[in-house]
Design a protein. Structure first.
Length: 182
């Protein structure tokens, strides 16, 4: 008996297998003790039984709770006497496409009054010969998002130009230029 205890303490419990067995016995002991202390289990409590009707978290009669309301889009607000967003978008597209034969600085000078300082900074050093289109192929389409944010889509001969216009003080300026190949 002494030899069996000595073997258990010196060899088995110091090995990985012995440690794993010890942890397993400990976990089973804790679970068993918790079940003994918790008392009898009520089978009708909890989610063990299926509900007789669906569980809802919103009132189905309350209406649409989506992010975008299905109502009318907001109208863009323009300062009196200032150009409307579609006019700024058309002027910007004309300046953006009309840069062939100009230097980068000349091209940027034509774009500067129509763009935000952030966009002008991003376009600094851009080559106007790199504009991927020659001409527009249709009218500008506006998608008002808020009173001071509008998305303009302009069809081009090689794709579509998407402009984001902002008007923090009622004066519309192009803030983002994104071109998508057809």
């Amino acid at each position: 008996m002494r030899r069996a205890i000595e073997f258990l303490l010196t060899r088995v419990l110091r090995s990985r297998l012995g440690i794993a067995l010890g942890i397993g016995v400990l976990v089973l002991g804790v679970i068993g003790a918790a079940r003994l202390v918790s008392g009898p289990v009520d089978p009708s409590a909890g989610l063990s039984n299926r509900p007789d009707r669906p569980i809802t978290t919103v009132d189905p009669e309350a209406g649409d709770d989506g992010v975008l309301a299905p109502g009318a889009a907001p109208s863009p607000v323009t300062r009196p006497g200032a150009p409307k967003p579609e006019q700024i978008a058309d002027r910007f597209v004309g300046a953006w496409l009309g840069g062939r034969g100009m230097t980068s600085d000349e091209w940027l000078t034509t774009i500067r009054p129509l763009a935000t300082p952030v966009l002008v900074e991003k376009m600094t050093g851009a080559d106007p010969a790199g504009v991927p289109a020659q001409r527009t192929t249709g009218p500008t389409t506006l998608r008002p998002r808020t009173e001071s944010f509008v998305e303009a889509l302009v069809p081009l001969d090689t794709g579509q130009l998407r402009l984001e216009l902002v008007a923090p003080e009622g004066r519309w300026l192009v803030d983002v230029v994104d071109w998508e190949r057809a």
